[in-house]
Design a protein around this ligand. Structure first.
Ligand code: ATP
Ligand code: MG
Length: 152
């Protein structure tokens, strides 16, 4: 099993250069020893994509918080940012390949629009899913839900 808090810390380290550019605070709210039954390589990619987005689409002096809980046989992992948010009509589309909200807006921040389609694919490979709650100009929370046990 993988230690979720350690995974998050190492991704925070990898992305420090990005967060420092805008002075964004990275907050790991996961207790040490929170073990999850996942394909660690794939899960690293999933979390890295969500955390990278939370930094890229944030505001200067904003924050990114990662938290997790166990509930009804599931593990819920939340990545919350204080960024630009996503308009309601775009929310169902962002998980599609190459979709980016407002091309002119996202031209400034590098990317191809593949990250969230990969996140969705990896969540589903763990019999889970990914959901978004977001409000323009306030921020977004992406929640990954997976069963506590991979074998059901
Ligand atoms: P890539 O991840 O391939 O480098 P990308 O970040 O543009 O490029 P996705 O991660 O798939 O692609 O995200 C799709 C679009 O959803 C983004 O272009 C952005 O418009 C929007 N988006 C994703 N995450 C957030 C977020 N946390 N806050 C606001 N908008 C977001
Ligand atoms: Mg991305």
């Amino acid at each position: 099993k993988a230690d979720l808090s350690r995974i998050v810390n190492s991704i925070f380290n990898d992305l420090e250069h990005l967060s420092k550019e805008k002075n964004i605070k990275l907050i790991n709210d996961i207790p040490e020893g929170f073990l999850i039954d996942v394909d660690q390589k794939k899960f690293d990619i999933l979390l890295k994509n969500l955390i990278e987005n939370a930094i890229k689409y944030n505001k200067p002096e904003g924050s990114v918080t990662v938290s997790a809980e166990r509930k009804d046989g599931e593990i819920l992992i939340n990545v919350t940012d204080t960024g630009i948010g996503i308009p309601k009509e775009s929310q169902p589309l962002i998980f599609e390949r190459f979709y980016r909200v407002d091309k002119s807006r996202s031209r400034n921040v590098g990317g191809t629009g593949l990250g969230l389609s990969i996140v969705k694919h990896i969540a589903e490979a763990h019999n889970g899913k990914v959901e978004v709650k977001s409000e323009p100009n306030v921020g977004s929370t992406f929640t990954v839900r997976i069963p506590e046990r991979r074998d059901g």
